[in-house]
Design a protein around this ligand. Structure first.
Ligand code: FAD
Ligand code: DLZ
Ligand code: SF4
Length: 514
């Protein structure tokens, strides 16, 4: 591969399915009159994990709409559909076919978000001696170099400190060099449960247009056995639609986003969440335009500071931080397995057929909408998998497949690091392990469950209870020294051995039945 920027002939500009932004670096450094844009629906990208049907439909429909928008803006676009008879099935195969057909020698691309595809492109260019120019993806707040500089020499990479850097860099919610409201973080106010009411906001729903309708038929035919409900398909598939979804969120849900950020309700999958991550990650929205709009709502008195700060932190804090960690630790990060967990992912992750009401709700919503909010992903499905000792790589592949917003750069740190603690504490200072008590406090699930959240062990006990103690006991050699788990281990140590044995026997029975 060469990384030359000199040019005298036309180039092929590759635009991937999560690069649907008019301001993409590969496009802004191209020439409409001479260059050709390549977009390709390929079996490899649609199949490297068994993606949810809605995710594939969203990506393909958004790609087709974006290609039309580029065409209307004067770009020459070569768009390869999945069912094109000559489709080679891979991105590199489609580049090779395009450069042969169009007699082009130079290819330009914005760096893919996933290590897997970035490596494949670089290796292919090297082997085929193709002049490939890979540009930085500048749709993020922090560059790779900025993250590396921040991380360099630090013993611990904690999100909170990185987030403050991003606040200073962007000026979001800043008064000079001081944070708005005198504090960087208002999370202490953001832990209230919620109650269902008639006025609960819901994300807007769009009816499929002709392009989406055609894509839905394709997905039904080609990916009919994949996980998930394809219909009703209500996602936005254009930037205009995504902007409407953003307006809707800011007006209707943002004011209560903070208060109920960690809440869960059996019948309300979205609560006050934005449901914008799949638009953002595909490039239909940018992080700064979202944050500026949300910040404006605060300064205009339309949303309180705890909501606005909490929301902005998710985007310029967590989202940027996990991306930085991903690139700092790849390759190899997705293979981490700190606890040596080997259990297979239970089948009910694919069927939602479980008597645990919280799990059935989280998985059922995932099946229906390719969506679950953060606390469901972390404290329900993630927590259960970690407590049960499921192989983190299997957990990782499940999350990568089932959510419409899942790309490895953002999914893997959240799963391997935050939810499974499989990186041994690179991302989080302690495992997010919790018994049924946490779920009961933050949700209405337990009142719909056949298990008793108050029972500690035995036939009708909430499975999270014995599994929690079994997890701590099983992994004591790795966790006992963690100061944030001191209280939990002291409680365990104080228990009489008979009670400890009851917890562990009960856990064994549950695990044997999975
Ligand atoms: P909101 O709650 O409205 O939050 C606003 C935005 O903040 C989100 O749209 C998202 O862009 C960003 N955000 C919030 N938390 C995080 C976070 N921890 N990491 C990165 N961005 C964040 N997010 C993904 O985008 N893709 C994933 O594949 C993904 N996998 C996850 C797996 C697990 C186990 C966990 C615990 C979290 C995961 N997240 C992932 C983070 C988070 O759960 C989703 O971003 C969020 O639920 C998306 O819904 P929303 O748009 O309604 O978010
Ligand atoms: C997620 C996805 C899917 C399902 N299909 C395609 C595709 O056919 N063509 C494409 O260019 N991109 C697709 N994507 C998004 C890519 O997987 C994504 O660009 C890489 O994972 C790099 O982040
Ligand atoms: Fe989940 Fe346990 Fe509550 Fe049932 S009792 S909903 S399994 S936390």
């Amino acid at each position: 591969m060469t990384q030359s920027n000199e040019r005298c002939s036309s180039r092929l500009i590759l635009v991937l399915g999560d690069q649907l932004s008019q301001n993409l670096s590969a496009l802004s450094q191209a020439e409409k009159a001479r260059d050709t844009v390549l977009m390709a629906e390929v079996a490899d990208e649609a199949g490297y994990v068994p993606h949810h049907k809605k995710k594939i439909a969203f990506v393909f429909s958004a790609m087709r709409h974006f290609a039309d928008e580029l065409g209307a803006a004067g770009w020459q676009v070569r768009y390869v559909r999945l069912d094109h008879p000559d489709n080679t099935g891979s991105i590199t195969g489609e580049i090779a076919r395009a450069i042969a057909d169009l007699s082009i020698t130079n290819v330009q691309v914005t760096e893919p978000g996933e290590y897997r595809l970035q490596t494949a492109l670089l290796e292919w260019a090297d082997q085929s001696q193709t002049d490939l120019h890979m540009l930085e993806d500048d749709r993020f707040v922090a560059t790779h170099q900025e993250f590396r500089n921040w991380a360099d020499g630090r013993k611990q990479l904690r999100m909170e400190y990185f987030y403050r850097e991003m606040r200073r860099k962007t000026g979001l919610l800043m008064n000079g060099d001081q944070p708005e409201g005198g504090r960087w973080n208002f999370d202490a106010e953001n832990r209230k449960p919620a109650t269902a009411d008639l006025f609960m906001p819901r994300p807007p729903r769009s009816d499929p247009d002709d392009i989406t309708t055609e894509v839905l038929s394709l997905v039904e035919t080609q990916f009919g056995d994949n996980f998930g409900q394809l219909r009703p398909f209500w996602f936005e598939v254009t930037r205009a639609g995504a902007l409407e979804a953003l307006d809707h969120f800011v007006e209707h849900a943002l004011p209560l986003f903070g208060d109920h950020q960690d809440a869960m309700l059996q019948a309300e999958p979205f609560l006050y969440h934005s449901v914008l991550s799949h638009y953002l990650n595909a490039g239909l929205l940018g992080p700064m335009e979202i944050c500026r709009q949300v910040e404006r709502a605060y300064y205009e008195g339309r949303a309180p500071l705890n909501a606005v700060e909490g929301f902005i932190r998710q985007i310029i804090g967590w989202r940027e931080y996990v991306r930085g960690l991903y690139w700092l630790n790849m390759p190899g990060y997705t293979e981490r397995n700190h606890f040596g967990a080997t259990r297979q992912l239970p089948d009910f992750y694919w069927t939602a057929k479980t008597e645990m009401a919280c799990m059935a709700a989280a998985i059922g919503q995932t099946r229906d909408h390719a969506y679950a909010h953060h606390i469901q992903r972390l404290m329900v499905t993630g927590n259960f998998a970690m407590l049960a000792g499921v192989d983190p790589h299997e957990v990782h592949e499940w999350y990568l497949a089932v959510y419409a917003d899942a790309y490895e750069w953002v999914e893997a740190p959240n799963v391997i690091g935050m939810s499974q603690f499989a990186d041994g504490g690179l991302l989080g200072s302690k495992p997010y392990a919790a018994s049924g008590n946490y779920i009961n406090k933050m949700s209405d699930h337990c009142s719909h469950c056949r298990y008793d959240v108050k029972r500690k062990f035995g036939a009708n006990a909430c499975p999270f209870n014995p599994l929690y103690w079994d997890f701590l006991a099983r992994n004591a050699d790795k966790l006992r020294g963690n100061p944030r788990l001191g209280h939990a281990y002291r409680t365990w140590d104080r228990m009489d051995p008979e009670k400890q044995a009851q917890y562990r026997d009960s856990a064994r029975e549950i695990l044997d039945s999975l």
